[in-house]
Ligand binder design. Sequence first.
Ligand SMILES: Nc1ncnc2c1ncn2[C@@H]1O[C@H](COP(=O)(O)OP(=O)(O)OP(=O)(O)O)[C@@H](O)[C@H]1O
Length: 331
Amino acid sequence: MIEVKNLKKEFKMSKKYPGFKGAIKSFFSREYTVKAAVNDISFNIADGEVVGYIGANGAGKSTTIKMMTGILTPTSGTVLVNGVVPYEQREKNAKDIGVVFGQKTQLWWDLPISETFSLLKDIYDVGDKEYKERMEFLNEVLELDEFMLRPVRTLSLGQRMRADLAAAFIHNPKIIYLDEPTIGLDVVVKENVRKAIKLINEQFGTTIILTTHDLNDIEELCSRIIIIDSGSILYDGSLTQIKEKYGYMTNIEVQINRVVKYEELCFIKELDEKDTSITILNNKISINFNKNNISIADILGKLMAKFNIVDFTVRETSIEDIVKKIYRSEV
Ligand SMILES: Nc1ncnc2c1ncn2[C@@H]1O[C@H](COP(=O)(O)OP(=O)(O)OP(=O)(O)O)[C@@H](O)[C@H]1O
């Protein structure tokens, strides 16, 4: 569905000098600095995939998305979206894609949502029957009815985001680009927006490219992630694989019915491994261990045989911890 090959985007900026004199010099100067926002990126995305495109601020995510949507032309390399070069055939490309920018709305500010949708129906030439079916589906998953007749400027952020998602989907695009679709939303609305995205993908096989700083979005929606840093790809693979490869550290916290001493835990010899650390606070034992060396069930079984366990919690390494490690190049 999407083929990105050796993609590069450089921005040329006039050189800046400090101070008032510097500002005048900068104004007349013809010196430039060149910044590679995206630097030799390649990947393919298959039909119906949901891919999380993630990275720190300034990593190059939006620049890549802008080239895939046809807003920017690459300095070199190629993008092919459903057989179309987006920056050369913008109109043709627009029929195949839907775009949602969490930070700004695509909707007409003063128009009631219902009228915006009718306009989009005409712009994209959607048939009456198809439009009716699509609106029924969108109404159900995004609960649009409650604000359908209100102008966009009167909507809450959550309502606006639901309307934006619906608007991007009216023409049943093959691909939807979602740039921070849950930014600024409360937990309940975030959950509803995620559910809607999931349903759209499942029912219509829509390919979804998602950029987000909220790793819960990724955990709930994406089976594959591409991590980008300073314009280059750091990781491209499945979420399960990255967790298996880098997310082996696990924490178990056990509450015992009495105060425990450190020596009492020596019977679990696997806990001598270098990856392990144990902290004891009165009747609470917290163990960080490598689950490749010993399983959670094993540890728990051994503890239960020796102690009277009142309560326990297990915390696996989250995708957030892994991404932090990758950014710090610890893996
Ligand atoms: N029009 C532009 N002119 C000059 N530099 C730009 C331009 N657009 C982006 N950049 C620079 O390119 C780099 C990548 O920016 P980009 O917006 O793609 O990052 P991002 O990963 O989307 O960040 P964020 O998460 O903050 O949105 C940044 O250093 C940014 O300052």
